[in-house]
Design a protein around this ligand. Structure first.
Ligand SMILES: [Zn+2]
Ligand SMILES: [Zn+2]
Ligand SMILES: [Zn+2]
Ligand SMILES: [Zn+2]
Length: 371
């Protein structure tokens, strides 16, 4: 029987968002997977195509994340008036955002990828362009090997970061594809075999460092070799890097205030202790400023704001070092500048901040516009 309420709610649904967003999302992901699989198959014999297809895959997955919310997020309109309608979108009759545009739209919607992820994915895109325009030259066997090693390193790094986004932070959107992603992960073993030569070369040096006692080695999350170098007695904030694929992570280590066990933060200020206590950047600020002479008698306004991750009062000075870190994105800074308008310390360039403000205030211009 006709139910007017049901009918009306259906119309509202249609206007609110795309009713068949899955019809656009799934093929895009399938396409990305296809390019990704190809890039592993082509890797040794046709590295040029592997680079091109890998880059296409990265772009497609980032766009799929945007489309999962709204197809308009991957469309560029040249002017305010121009409106791309759903019909021309489906025909492919539109200009789509590039990698930089995709990062911007991800950030605008709160799905910001880290600086590190952005840099690694950008490099993949830049190398694709290089390959398309300049890769004509015949290579000697030696040059080819060096090139393949470099590509293997780059793709493994990017795939590790992408795989993590797709199966962790963005799991809700990509849940149906997790098994396929894990299959692709298997295909990347081929790349790892390629880095075996590098591992063999580095073995004596790794052995020597182990014997020296200043370092210990773990399995690298990106290339899988026992070449991920940790300092045995690290400072509070330290880098861990792989001697084979050059993958690196920033770590920060504290003792849990509840159970006193060590909690290791990796690349960001979110972690969970085995005792169940959860930590966020604000907790890190509290812990790291509590007995820190740099913060005696100071107020919250003396904490810095981060222009890289937009963190508010997340930047602190480490007491033993002349350096600042952001407890949210783990960015490191040598100095902070005060915003000319709101006066708060900031990691960004504050030269014109009196007029234009910082990432947490609108400056004089914004204040006057409000009037
Ligand atoms: Zn590695
Ligand atoms: Zn604990
Ligand atoms: Zn930050
Ligand atoms: Zn400001």
């Amino acid at each position: 029987m006709f139910n007017p309420d049901e009918f009306l709610s259906h119309i509202v649904d249609l206007e609110d968002c795309c009713p068949n967003i899955d019809e656009m999302f799934a093929p895009l992901v399938e396409n990305g997977l296809d390019f990704l699989e190809r890039s592993t198959v082509e890797f040794e014999e046709f590295p040029k195509y592997s680079v091109i297809h890998f880059a296409a895959a990265v772009e497609l997955f980032l766009k799929a994340r945007l489309i999962a919310k709204d197809w308009k997020l991957i469309v560029i309109t040249k002017s305010e008036e121009e409106i791309v309608n759903r019909h021309s979108f489906e025909l492919g009759d539109f200009q789509s955002v590039n990698l930089g545009g995709a990062f911007k739209n991800l950030a605008k919607n709160g799905w910001k990828v880290s600086k590190k992820e952005e840099a690694v994915f950008m490099k993949i895109g830049n190398h694709r362009n290089k390959m398309i325009h300049f890769f004509h030259r015949a290579h000697t066997a030696e040059e080819s090997t060096a090139l393949l090693t470099e590509i293997a390193r780059e793709q493994l790094k990017a795939w590790y970061l992408l795989h993590r986004l797709l199966t962790d932070k963005w799991l809700n959107e990509f849940r149906d594809f997790v098994e396929r992603f894990n299959n692709v992960d298997e295909l990347f073993r081929k790349h790892k075999k390629f880095l075996e030569v590098v591992f063999e070369q580095k073995k004596p040096e790794i052995q020597e460092l182990k014997t020296g006692g200043n370092y210990f080695f773990e399995k690298c999350p990106s290339c899988g070799f026992e070449s991920f170098r940790h300092e045995s007695e690290p400072q509070l904030h330290y880098a861990v890097d792989c001697m084979v694929c050059k993958f690196s992570e920033k770590h920060l280590r504290i003792n849990c205030p509840k159970c006193d066990e060590i909690v290791d933060f990796v690349n960001e200020g979110f972690a969970r202790c085995d005792c169940g206590k959860n930590f966020e950047p604000d907790d890190l600020v509290d812990i790291l400023t509590e007995h820190n002479p740099a913060y005696y008698g100071k107020e919250a306004e003396d904490l810095g704001n981060c222009s890289e991750c937009d963190g508010f009062h997340t930047v602190i000075q480490l007491d033993d070092q002349e350096k600042y870190i952001c407890t949210s994105c783990f960015g490191e800074f040598n100095s902070l500048q005060s915003c000319g308008w709101c006066n708060e310390p900031n990691t960004g360039d504050m030269e014109f901040s009196y007029i234009s403000g910082c990432n947490h205030c609108e400056g004089q211009a914004g204040w006057e516009a409000d009037d």
